[in-house]
Design a protein around this ligand. Structure first.
Ligand SMILES: *Cc1c(COP(=O)(O)O)cnc(C)c1O
Length: 259
């Protein structure tokens, strides 16, 4: 198996004490409270929403602090960083002795073709951002070799920004036959990242669009499983929950600003 990229700083995979650990626990409690409040406002059971703590660029010491505060779902957007921090026996030794189901790795970023093998080796609980049929097919092939079934979401580019990843909504139908026929890759729903705007209300129309797209796909492709909507980040997750998110991906509000 490939080893982690030499460019990854070792400080990322070093555990131990850090003065920021108490902050992580307090941040997590605050985020959970806000999540529960947003769920209550929209009459939804909070249990149907998974909080994914996005630990990208953050050291495992802070991940351990979150784990100690009861957090079990973690998100990384670079495959090699997820591998080094959560899977590689050489560098993820902090996980030794823990049951596999206690720490769940979500791969939340787009997956490049040459990273597919490593992504499958990570055994992620969910891949959030499949953005091309070609990548889904490749994931399927490697998952078959590894004897795994992979749950994935389709990333949808609702803002139409050319710089962003994801299927254009109108391209989804064309892609669907190829996606739903895969044996080892199971589509479980949709993911989106709206154009950045500091005002959380600016994201609401995109979250509504994603939910409406989910509803249309569920009618057009009842053989598929469309239950999940991965939407909402640190600044707009409450709005996303109000609009139906089942997974929110939160980094900054838990682990602090990234440098
Ligand atoms: C970094 C990242 C997040 C978390 O963003 P925050 O604003 O720090 O909460 C969510 N989703 C994806 C895909 C990311 O890359």
């Amino acid at each position: 198996m490939a080893s982690p990229q030499p460019s990854l700083p070792m400080s990322l995979v070093e555990g131990g004490q850090t003065s920021r650990a108490p902050t992580v626990a307090a941040n997590l409690w605050r985020v959970r409270e806000q999540l529960a409040a947003a769920a209550a406002r929209s009459g939804r059971p909070v249990e149907e929403i998974t909080l994914v703590a996005v630990s990208k660029t953050k050291p495992v010491a802070l991940i351990e602090a979150a784990l100690a505060a009861g957090q079990q779902d973690f998100g990384e957007n670079l495959v090699e960083e997820g591998w080094a921090k959560f899977v590689d026996p050489d560098t993820a030794s902090w996980l030794a002795g823990r049951a596999e189901q206690d720490v769940r790795l979500h791969l939340i970023g787009p997956i490049q073709s040459r990273k597919v093998a490593l992504a499958v080796a990570c055994r992620p609980v969910l891949i959030h951002a499949v953005d091309r049929v070609k990548i889904a097919r490749r994931l399927d092939r490697f998952a078959a070799d590894a004897g795994l079934t992979l749950d994935v979401l389709l990333e949808v580019n609702l803002g139409g920004e050319p710089s962003k990843f994801g299927f254009a909504p109108e391209a989804l139908r064309e892609a669907m036959d190829g996606l739903l026929s895969l044996a080892q890759v199971r589509v479980r729903g949709l993911m989106t990242m709206p154009p950045y705007d500091p005002d959380p209300e600016a994201a609401r129309p995109y979250f509504i669009q994603l939910r409406e797209l989910q509803e249309r796909l569920a009618v057009a492709y009842p053989e598929g499983d469309w239950r999940h909507l991965s939407m909402g980040m640190s600044h707009d997750f409450a709005v996303a929950v109000e609009e139906g998110a089942t997974l929110v991906r939160i980094g900054t509000a838990i682990f602090g600003e990234r440098t």
